[in-house]
Design a protein around this ligand. Sequence first.
Ligand SMILES: [Zn+2]
Length: 336
Amino acid sequence: MTEHFPDWLHAPWQQLARTWGQGRLPHALLLAGPAGIGKHLLARKLTSLLLCQQPDADSGACGRCPACTWLRAGSHPDLSELVPEEPGKAIRIDQVRALGVELGMTSHAGRYKVAVIAPADAMNVNAANSLLKTLEEPTASTLLILLTASPGRLPATVRSRCQQLRIPGPATGQALDWLQGQGIERALAERCLQIAGGAPLAAAQLAASDSLDLRDRWLDELVAVFDGRLDPVRVADDWAGAHEAGALQWWQSALQALIRWQQAGEAPGEARLVQMLRQITEKVDCRQLFELSDRITMAVISLGSGLNRQLLLEDLLIDWARLAGKPPARSTAAGR
Ligand SMILES: [Zn+2]
C-alpha cells in the first residue's frame, strides 16, 4: 500500500498538529472510531511529528532526520507499542507495568517518549488499573495514545484521564476514491468496502489478501452442500486444516445476513451473497438459522480445545444439508 494520508483524517490531524503547535498536547489521547478507518495512521503521523528532529506542524515529520529513519525501520527507542501478545487475546498487567517503567525513563533521543496501546479495550481489568497509575502521574514529554473502536469498553476511570478524539469514518464516495488511489479497481473496491462495513483500510487489506477467493469458494461449497450436490464430509475435510476458524466465522456472518434478510427484509449488500442465498432464505426458517448460528458460535469457541475439528465441521455441515429437507450427498470418494 502506498503512503497516502486519507482525506477524511485531515481534519483530526490538523486538530492534533495545532494542539501540538500550541504546546497543549495532553499526556494521554484516546482516539476512538470504527475499526479499519485509519486510527493507526493518525497515531503514526502524530508519533512521527513528536519524534522527528525537524518537525513542522503543517507537513508533519521531515522524513529525513535520523529519528524519522529509525521510526521507519521500526527501531525508534522512544516509541513503545502495546498490543496483545496474540491477536484477540488480552493486554496483560505485566505488559502495562513494563511500559510504565519504560515511560519513566528519560527519552533516548532527547525528545518525546510515545506509547501506543491498541486496541486499548483489550486491556484486562488489572492491566487497565495498572495503567491508571501511569495516567495519574505522567512524566514530562510523554504521550500515551490509546486506540479503540469501542471506548465504552474501557473503564470510565481510564477514559476520564484521556483527552478523547472521535475519528469519523469517510463517506462511501470518499472511501472508494481513496481505494482507487491505492490502485484497486472500482468494482473490487466496491465489493471489499461493502464486506468491510464501509471501513476503507479494512477493505484495502481484503482486496490485497486471498480471502475474497476463499469466501467465494466457501459460498459455492455451502450452496452445493445445501443443494445436495456436494458431500458435507468432503467440505469438512477441505475446511479442517488451515482455514476452519475463518470459514466458520464467515459462515456465521452469512447466516446473520440471512437472518437479517428474513426478519427485516434487509438484503445483504454483497450482490453475490444475495444471488447465492436467495433460494436458501426461501426454504429455511429463522428459528433453524438461529439454532445453527448458535452452534457455530460454540464451535468457534471450542476449536482451540482439542476437539476433533473434522467431526465438529462434519456435524455442522450435515445439519446444514438437512435444512434443505433432502438427504445430504455422499461422495464415494470419501469412502463413507
Ligand atoms: Zn524527521
